[in-house]
Write a protein that binds this ligand. Structure first.
Ligand code: BG6
Length: 484
């Protein structure tokens, strides 16, 4: 790999501390960083290099999956870090940054590259990109790349506007939009699952899929993010991005594509999603909000009693939806998606339910077969054959297709994603067309919620969401798998 200067905006922030420094450290230990790798942290605070380094060190101690064993190695890691105070709106600060980067690059005989990671609020994406361009920072001798993380806009129009602004400074192939769900090890496994499991090929080719269920249940509530969350809701925070990305990744499975073809296929799948008109939103989408309840024995307050949330807030903390595709493979197969806060347990999984085989019936009713792709609480992929009544893990007999050896430490999503971005591998990033198509699909839902056309259903904290979410699936003759 060629030399890279990693320019980190928001170096004093929470994401950097919890995710980025630990990910860089683990990549360093695994020798996955380029030999000439240099981090310039930027922030408003007047930090020295030493203060910066000790903060990075602390973040590794607190959040890295690998603990520091070798102080010499840690020291050489920290030596890659420098800090500069920067006011996002001041062009001079960018020029000073450029001088500093060029000074270092001039000493290298290899072509230097620059990666800009914007770990800052989305309102700063466009001004930073413009200043990168305006100051000359964007004219790297080698490649330049931009890493950003959601929210990519607040709706279709603002997403388009943001994309337009970014595209004035970076080409699409230079923009790496992080969706951390695409960095999860099990999600990444989906791309070559077929090659490794011919038995699955056979199952897919029968075209006998009853439905697909995508669940991301969370225990946590709004936490200290009221300002952001109350204006986003589950639909913008999880559904438009993570959930639709999971939908695309699972819908790819029978398509047998190479990693390089993934972005193109995802786009095609998004295009084939049947759009909803405003009337249909009420039939296909459930909007929910948690009320007081208890989770794992602890009492929990309702959403509107949370700090900084207005008592009359109608924000959605839960969303469930039924989606259909017009696609040569998926037509007629319902995709059910649900995600919410303050639910009974943390579970993130995709269940592909195959139609029962009469041959598997034995003495009872034919048994549905399930492909279970689980990200949380454990990562793994299994085929499960169930007696008709079984709804819970313990009643099923799983055949593990991809278990991560117990005790094996899996890389964090950010490690996978930073590594891929350094290698310039776009497979597991969100591309503009996908993002735009996702906003397009979601737009009538946003409007219907805004106009209060869709009733806000309540659910007690500690439940599996509003009863209407169960009914959405039950109306088609199915049930959500694995609800206790
Ligand atoms: C984030 C959302 O993108 O994903 C959070 O903003 C949510 O609200 C989180 O809690 C869930 O991520 P994970 O990896 O814990 O499922």
């Amino acid at each position: 790999m060629e030399p890279v200067t990693f320019v980190l905006f928001g170096a004093t922030g929470d994401l950097a501390k919890r995710k980025i420094y630990p990910a860089l450290y683990n990549l360093y230990i695994e020798q996955k960083l380029p030999p000439y790798f240099h981090v310039i942290g930027l922030g408003r605070r007047e930090w020295t290099d030493d203060i910066f380094k000790s903060n990075v060190e602390q973040s590794i101690a607190d959040f890295s999956r690998r603990k520091v064993k070798d102080p010499v190695l840690l020291k050489s890691f920290l030596n890659m870090f420098q800090y500069q105070t920067l006011d996002i709106g001041r062009q001079e600060d960018y020029e000073r940054l450029l001088e500093r980067i060029e000074k270092r690059e001039n000493g290298l005989s290899l072509t230097p590259n620059r990666m800009f990671y914007l770990s800052v609020g989305p309102e700063f994406f466009a001004p930073i990109a413009a200043n990168i361009k305006g100051s000359g920072l964007g004219s790297a001798a080698g490649w330049k790349r931009l890493l950003i993380e959601k929210p990519f806009g607040h709706d279709l129009a603002s997403a388009r506007e943001l994309n337009q602004q970014l595209s004035e400074a970076f080409e699409e192939h230079e923009i790496f939009r992080i969706d951390h769900y695409l960095g999860k090890p099990t999600v990444q496994k989906l791309v070559d699952l077929h090659q490794q499991h011919p038995e699955l090929q056979a199952m897919w080719s029968e075209r006998e899929i009853a439905n697909v269920q995508i669940t991301a249940n969370e225990i946590v509530g709004v936490e200290d993010r009221a300002g952001y969350y109350d204006h986003s809701g589950a639909v913008r925070d999880m559904f438009q991005n993570h959930m639709l990305q999971l939908l695309m990744m699972v819908a790819i499975l029978p398509k047998k594509v190479t990693p390089e073809e993934v972005p193109l296929m995802k786009r095609a799948l998004m295009k084939s999603l049947v759009p909803l008109d405003l009337q249909q939103v009420g039939e296909r989408v459930i909007r929910g909000q948690y009320t007081a309840g208890s989770i794992q024995g602890k009492p929990v307050q309702g959403y509107t009693s949370e700090p900084n949330i207005a008592a009359e807030s109608l924000n959605d903390t839960f969303i469930a939806a039924k989606l259909l595709m017009e696609d040569d493979y998926w037509s007629g197969v319902p995709f059910y998606i649900r995600t919410g806060k303050r639910l009974k347990e943390k579970s993130t999984r995709i269940v592909v339910e195959f139609k029962p085989h009469a041959a598997d019936a034995g003495s009872g009713k034919p048994a549905p077969r399930l492909l279970v792709i689980e990200m949380s609480p454990q990562e793994g992929i299994s085929l499960q054959f169930s007696p008709d009544q079984a709804r819970h893990h313990e009643q099923l007999s799983p055949v593990q297709l991809d278990v991560h050896a117990s005790g094996q430490e899996l890389p964090e999503a950010y490690e996978n994603l930073l590594h891929d971005a350094l290698l310039g591998k776009p497979t597991f990033f969100a591309h503009w067309e996908e993002v735009e198509l996702a906003w397009q699909w979601v737009e009538p839902v946003l409007q219907a919620f805004e106009r209060n056309d869709v009733p806000l259903r309540t659910y007690a904290a500690g439940s599996y969401g509003p009863a209407e979410s169960d009914a959405l699936v039950a109306n088609d003759g199915y049930h959500w798998w694995f609800d206790a």
